[in-house]
Design a protein around this ligand. Structure first.
Ligand code: GDP
Length: 365
């Protein structure tokens, strides 16, 4: 999963991104972490891996990972290709979802590029750039479909109608995400990769005080929630400053620090969990002496395709999957005990994977 961080200058993107990279560097040693300066890789928090590790004593524990891309520099004029504009848009094309950081803290020492703190205007500034880029793209589709229509084939009428509807929405200043497509419309839109169709999480960067003492009275946060509701996006309150402090701590200190603030989880952990649910992702697990590991799949993925995540040969030569639910395994205490109770199931190629399935794939080579 790849998440792109966008937002106006001085809203806290780098602070958050630095916290992410540091957390990544510390939680696991991924050699590919530092290849690009704007990419950070972090582990998906999953307590189940630690529990399984106690059972299997594996040589290594490998969590699922999320890749964050810092897409700083998406500013006014980006869609017109001004400056490095196009480069930023192309970065956004590559991500699965967008984390849009919005300033929701007052601080006279931190200059706002547009002179005041105003989430509605800030969100609009960034969204307009994405919307402009999408209008350009949908216009091309409309032109092409009109040409096709000259052949007299009626099917192009329905297609054209969908694109016109999208254009209308975009021109009204709303992202394509806000449209409810019926099944037929969705078919036409499947291969139209619009930027504003991507899922968005608005990360409301609130002050440390607000984060610790409650955000109910933060009017910026409230505004952001109203915007998000209209356009089918999610909001997540974070404090980039707190995340920065957390990233300096080891696990034990981190827990103590969060408790002191009255928080259950770090903002980064909440962000990852929210992205998972927003994108409809789940994890299945493999467990053995060499390795205990989590693998990311989309809800609804069938066993062979899930096996393909490990190796394409697993998918091609798939025979069956031996599956035990995480809770069953933990309750029984061991794989052998679960098997004795008949809780280790043999599943075929049509089996739809569940979150927390512990799997051993059988395949032909
Ligand atoms: P970017 O331009 O969006 O990457 O913003 P930065 O992360 O560089 O942050 C801009 C400034 O705002 C820095 O001086 C940060 O320390 C400060 N900043 C970031 N988050 C917060 C916050 O939650 N509260 C306050 N008061 N300052 C913050």
């Amino acid at each position: 999963m790849k998440l792109g961080i966008v937002g106006l200058p001085n809203v806290g993107k780098s602070t958050l991104f630095n916290a992410i990279t540091k957390a990544g560097a510390e939680s696991a040693n991924y050699p590919f972490c530092t290849i690009e300066p704007n990419v950070g890789i972090v582990a998906v928090p999953d307590e189940r891996l630690n529990v399984l590790a106690k059972m299997y004593n594996p040589q290594k524990i490998t969590p699922a990972t999320v890749e964050f891309v810092d897409i700083a520099g998406l500013v006014k004029g980006a869609s017109k290709g001004e400056g490095l504009g196009n480069k930023f848009l192309s970065h956004i094309r590559e991500v699965d979802a967008i984390v849009h950081v919005v300033r929701c803290f007052d601080d006279t020492n931190i200059v706002h590029v547009d002179g005041s703190v105003d989430p509605a205007r800030d969100v609009e500034t960034i969204n307009f750039e994405l919307i402009f880029a999408d209008i350009e793209m949908i216009d091309k589709r409309i032109d092409k479909t009109k040409k096709n229509l000259k052949s007299g084939d009626k099917k192009y009428l329905a297609e054209l109608a969908v694109y016109e509807k999208v254009k209308e929405t975009l021109e009204a200043g709303l992202p394509a995400r806000s449209i409810d497509f019926d099944d037929e419309e969705a078919k036409f839109m499947k291969d139209v990769a619009l930027l504003t169709s991507k899922p968005v999480i608005y990360a409301a960067n609130v002050s440390e005080d607000d984060m610790a003492n409650g955000i109910e009275n933060n009017k910026y946060y409230k505004t952001l929630c109203e915007i998000a509701e209209k356009e089918k996006a999610e909001v997540l309150p974070v404090s980039a400053r707190i995340e920065e402090e957390i990233s300096e701590l080891d696990d034990e200190e981190k827990q103590a620090f969060l408790e002191e603030l009255g928080l259950k989880e770090s903002g980064l952990d909440r962000l990852i969990k929210k992205s998972y649910s927003l994108l409809g992702l789940i994890s299945y697990l493999t467990a053995g002496e060499p390795e205990v590991r989590a693998w990311t799949i989309t809800k609804g993925t069938k066993a062979p395709q899930a096996a393909g995540k490990i190796h394409t040969d697993f998918e091609k030569g798939f025979i069956r999957a031996e599956v035990v639910a995480y809770n069953d395994l933990i309750e029984c205490g061991s794989h052998a005990a679960a098997k004795e109770k008949g809780l280790v199931r043999l599943e075929g190629k049509d089996y739809v994977m569940n979150d927390g399935d512990i799997v051993l794939f059988r395949f032909n080579v």
